[in-house]
Each structure stands twice: as structure tokens, then as C-alpha cells.
Design a protein around this ligand. Structure first.
Ligand code: GLN
Length: 277
């Protein structure tokens, strides 16, 4: 079987997916350990039997609904390649908005202290660190398994300015004072049918859902952040498309000023920020 046939075969198995071609390419690349451009440069390359078997295994799992990122064990975010597994959320493109907004608040020539709460695969902290080498970043997660993945990602991106710690939000003594606190916490309602559909079914539920209104963790983060922000410090959080109003109320109740919400690429409210005066 040649590369071109393998792609066609995989695509046919994914007929219900609107990303069938891309899924097929990513899975074949993960088997061949190559870049996607290689598939187009060598369409007639013959695949060995073990490679075809490995590909067929992945095709079967994908056809059963397993996320491509978990099967390929990687996902691109902020133009960096991140290792991911079932212990971490798969980084979403809309979370790049959170990174963009955070970078606007960190001058590149001044050393700032940054805290990333619930770092998962480390995507947010590592993207920030890659753009702000002077920043001093603390990244926390309550999952040891997620922290292991985040540390591997920091190492493979040669990032040295992040300290990783196990913590349930602010509950460790090492968490001190910061200029910027950023978080993409769980924010989906416990009974949201979205949790039982698509890729989300395979992701850690502890990273996704947060009480009956999805705001339990955001309430804790917004209320506690104030004790850990320096004067003029900023808090930035990601949230659901329909939570901006409630999240803004929480910021205002906790004495944040300059509170505003930023939309994502699909024009949905996604990130709310506020400053401590
Ligand atoms: N945005 C993600 C989703 O809709 C959820 C991410 C999160 O809960 N932090 O699946």
C-alpha cells in the first residue's frame, strides 16, 4: 500500500468527520514519524506491513471516536508541538486568545511574576514562556500525571523559566504574589450534554466540569486571586461563551477594575480580564 492509498483508505473510514482528510494525515504522520509535507512529497512510498498494521489500529480507534490528538499523542498550540495524553485537556485554538491577552500585559523587557493555575499539558505557561524569556512563571495543577506531561513539554521546548508545582488552586505555601494570574479552569456545567459528545468524552472530566452552573472553580479563583496579586496586577480567565456576564459580576464583586471580556475567533465571549488597583 502506498501513502496515497493509505490516506484514501483512512479518509473513507472517517466519513462522518468533517476533518477526515486532516485526521488521516495526522495519524499517518504519527505512524511514519514525519511532517505532513512528507506525505505530499512521497505519495508513492510503499508502507511496510508493520506500518500498515499500526495505522489500521489508529484508524479503528479514531473511527470509534478517540480524539486524534490522543492517538497521535500530540497537538499544536501557539505554533508549538505539545505532547498530550488522557491526563490532560487537548489545547484548544481559542485558548490562544488567553495567551495573546496575557502577553499584552507583560512587557518583554521587564521581569514579571506570572502564575498559571491548572496548567494541564503546560500549553499556556509554555506559550507565554516562549515569548517572554524574562518572566518568572509558576504553573500548577492538582494532577501529578498532568504535571509530568507539562514538565516533559517544557523540557522539549527548552523552557527554563517555569516552576511546576502540585496545587489545588491557591492551596500551597509556595504560591506567593504575582503581577499576572492566568487560568483556563474547568467551566462546563456538570449536566451539559456536550460532556458526553465527541472528543470531550475522552478528556479528564476534572479539567472540564465545575458544578451545576460551571462556575465553581471560577468563583474560587476570582475570589482568591486578589490575595495573590501585586498592586496593578491582572487576572485573566477563560470561560464559557455564555458566562461572561456572571464572570464580570464576580470580578466586580471582588473589587477588580477595568473589567472586560474578549471574544474568540468564533466571535464568542471567551476571556475576561480585570486589574487590581
Ligand atoms: N472550551 C472547552 C470545551 O468547550 C472546555 C475547556 C475548559 O473547561 N476549560 O470543551
Amino acid at each position: 500500500m502506498q501513502i496515497v492509498d493509505a490516506l484514501k483508505h483512512a479518509r473513507q473510514q472517517f466519513h462522518s468527520s468533517d476533518s477526515a482528510q486532516l485526521d488521516a494525515e495526522i495519524l499517518l504522520c504519527s505512524v511514519l514519524r514525519c511532517e505532513r509535507s512528507y506525505l505530499y512529497a512521497h505519495p508513492e512510498m510503499e508502507l511496510s506491513k508493520p506500518l500498515i498494521e499500526a495505522l489500521n489500529k489508529l484508524i479503528l480507534l479514531r473511527a470509534q471516536g478517540h480524539p486524534v490528538a490522543y492517538l497521535a499523542k500530540q497537538k499544536e498550540f501557539w505554533s508549538l508541538l505539545f505532547q498530550v495524553d488522557e491526563n490532560t485537556l487537548i489545547p484548544r485554538p481559542e485558548t490562544e486568545i488567553l495567551v495573546e491577552e496575557t502577553l499584552k500585559l507583560i512587557p518583554s523587557d521587564i521581569k514579571k511574576n506570572i502564575l498559571d493555575l491548572g496548567t494541564g499539558s503546560g500549553a499556556i505557561a509554555i506559550a507565554i514562556a516562549s515569548e517572554r524569556p524574562l518572566a518568572n512563571i509558576m504553573a500548577t495543577d492538582m494532577s501529578d500525571k498532568a504535571l509530568r506531561v507539562a514538565k516533559l513539554n517544557a523540557r522539549s521546548q527548552q523552557i527554563k523559566n517555569i516552576q511546576f508545582k502540585k496545587a489545588d488552586w491557591f492551596n500551597i505555601k509556595e504560591i506567593k504574589q504575582y503581577d499576572v494570574i492566568v487560568s483556563n479552569p474547568p467551566y462546563i456545567c456538570d449536566d451539559d450534554p456536550h460532556l458526553t459528545q465527541g472528543d470531550v468524552r475522552f478528556e479528564p472530566v476534572t479539567a472540564l466540569s465545575s458544578g451545576s452552573d460551571g462556575l465553581n472553580d471560577l468563583r474560587t479563583i476570582i475570589a482568591e486571586a486578589i490575595k495573590h496579586l501585586n498592586k496593578q496586577g491582572w487576572l485573566l480567565v477563560e470561560h464559557g461563551y455564555n458566562q461572561a456576564k456572571q464572570v464580570q459580576i464576580l470580578f466586580n464583586e471582588n473589587k477588580f477594575t477595568s473589567v472586560s471580556t474578549i471574544k474568540d475567533y468564533s466571535k464568542q465571549d471567551r476571556v475576561t480580564i480585570g486589574q487590581l488597583i
